[in-house]
Write a protein that binds this ligand. Sequence first.
Ligand code: 3PG
Ligand code: MG
Length: 397
Amino acid sequence: MPAFKTLDDADVAGKRVLVRVDLNVPVADGVVTDATRIERVAPTIVELSDKGAKVVLLAHFGRPKDGPTPEFSLKPIANAVSKVIARNVQFAEDCIGEKAAEAVAKLNNGDILLLENTRFHKGEEKNDAAFVKALAANGDIYVNDAFSAAHRAHASTEGLARVLPAHAGRTMEAELKALEKGLGNPQRPVVAIVGGAKVSSKLDLLGNLVQKVDALVIGGGMANTFLAAQGVKVGKSLCEHDLAATAREIMAKANAANCTIILPVDAVVAWHFEANAPHRAYGLDAIPEDGMILDVGPQSIERIKGAIDDAKTLVWNGPLGAFELHPFDQATVAAARHVAARTRAGQLVSVAGGGDTVAALNHAGVADDFSYVSTAGGAFLEWMEGKPLPGVDVLKK
Ligand code: 3PG
Ligand code: MG
């Protein structure tokens, strides 16, 4: 039994169901360039519609600061949703007030309506009680299917769950189950792979992980900071030298918690930050002064594969190298494929998330082979940091 209500516990036929979805998708020239988030919420929308609910979708888009602005309108997204679910999706030009009420009143059972950007009203981000009430006026039941916005205590992600019967949608349900397997109550040993450019953006995450996992693989630019903190000369590599003491503290914390930190033992060095730049692998004692580390080296890859082999559970955030530049994607691709193979063989539960991470796994062609890949950015990071997620916690009440 999950600690929250799901769609299995909701009697939705003939009811107005307010469904919070994350439609914050990338758009270029009015065209959705990656519909993954829409695809993720499609099952919930279709299920509710099939069960005869009047489906009223709530979402934000971008970060508008000055009320209604055409560039942040959800109107073009209604068409994108319609395409993905192959059903008609109506649109109302406001999420509260007369326009919303009229559109909702016209709905027949099974109809689907998207309301305009909730962030066009200041009350959304303030989680203002009057705004929550205005939203709630159009619903009998609330469903939250937007894990990726659950780190926000906004009216449509948190406030509504306090005033209406609240249920997790299918994607939220799947996400929470996957995260529970990842770090909540995982099968041990657990290994985490953390990469990305900067230690400074992942301090809380590293601090939390070393207390929860058995081994922590650090790659990407942030590994340079750890290496430099131990006296390795990293040349012109990306490195936060001012965080040397912090890096040593994290290592001490890991040591105290019996978490093995796995740093690179060699590195692929280039002299230009560009695809196919001339490059060579070096041991840590021989990084050229004028070179920069763009990927972990071949021996490091073998060590990382070994760590993956030892694990029953794996969580991953951040690439191991400059994966967007061939051939500095090699370590990321090799590790991702190894995780995918172990997962397919039933030997590993693998959970990954974060913007760059999803792009990296797609690049490696293995996103579908992980046990779960979250589309969440900030929410996934805050979960890895061990922080409470207001939109999730309120569902558990
Ligand atoms: C995201 O894109 O990460 C979510 O939709 C949340 O958006 P926000 O960071 O603007 O709150
Ligand atoms: Mg964000």
